[in-house]
Design a protein around this ligand. Structure first.
Ligand code: KIV
Length: 262
């Protein structure tokens, strides 16, 4: 498939400046990429959530760089014009800026995607600067950062106390100053996300962070009602789990009764 890039980091920045919302959606393979793009998603995020929604892990911690590359390359093959962002998985960037650069180079060269996403605020600013200065487009991710679930012990809301709120404002300012091109805000109070969005020049991307972010992102399986259960902030816009299950049950019954094939 020929990629005629029409959406870039500059497009997203311009949209923020013009007050236009942008639509991000996770995608994990060529089929989901094509459908999402045809339906209007402007950014395809190959999230390490794929570990939980596609690979059967109970967290994102076990996901490897090779697995991310495998899925991201498929998404890039399935897309023609979306901006494609690939998560760097746990352990592939936290050790040093050099490790993060080596992982980014592998992802960018092997998949053809446009940007990498890393979790963390102030403490990742040096790494973000190192990558940005070497030409890597970096999306930062703060708030609920699932790769730190073992440290926090839950997937609950972040930024509720005054201290956490102050830290999150500092995190947002420092990743932006370091050269991140977008900032994902996950599961934080809407008024905090609104304040961060108002102070930053770069676009914010909300998930469970209210309606004032510059963009919204959801996980493919949650949006389409494929997940067994959704987080409270992620409403399903379809019930594909039931639709798929009913189709398989009907076909199965037809096989058992001899009505398939006709
Ligand atoms: O991994 C993922 O899908 C993500 C989004 C939920 C933002 O990081």
């Amino acid at each position: 498939m020929t990629r005629q890039k029409t959406i870039t980091a500059a497009t997203l920045l311009r949209a923020k400046q013009q007050g236009e919302k942008t639509v991000w959606l996770t995608a994990y393979d060529a089929v989901s990429a094509r459908i999402a793009e045809e339906a209007g998603a402007e950014v395809l995020l190959v999230g390490d959530s794929l570990g939980m929604v596609c690979l059967g892990y109970d967290s994102t911690i076990p996901v490897t760089l090779d697995q991310m590359i495998h899925h991201c390359a498929a998404v890039v093959r399935g897309s023609t014009h979306a901006w494609v962002v690939c998560d760097l998985p746990f352990g592939s960037y936290q050790q040093s800026p050099q490790q993060a650069f080596a992982s980014s180079v592998r992802v960018l060269q092997k998949t053809g995607c446009d940007a990498v996403k890393i979790e963390g605020g102030e403490h990742m600013a040096e790494t973000i600067r190192f990558l940005a200065e070497r030409g890597v487009a970096v999306v930062a991710h703060i708030g609920l950062t699932p790769q730190s679930v073992k440290k926090f012990g839950s997937y609950g809301k972040r930024g509720k106390s005054d201290a956490e709120r102050m830290q999150m404002l500092a995190d947002a300012a420092s990743v932006s100053a370091a050269g991140a091109v977008c900032l994902v805000l996950e599961n934080i109070p809407a008024d905090l996300a609104c304040e961060i969005t108002g102070t930053l020049d770069i676009p914010t991307v909300g998930i469970g962070a209210g309606s004032d972010c510059d963009a919204q992102v959801l996980v493919w399986n949650d949006l389409l009602g494929i997940s067994a259960s959704n987080p409270p902030f992620a409403p399903a816009y379809a019930d594909l789990r039931t639709t798929m299950s009913q189709a398989i049950s009907r076909w199965s019954a037809d096989v058992k009764s001899g009505q398939f094939p006709k």
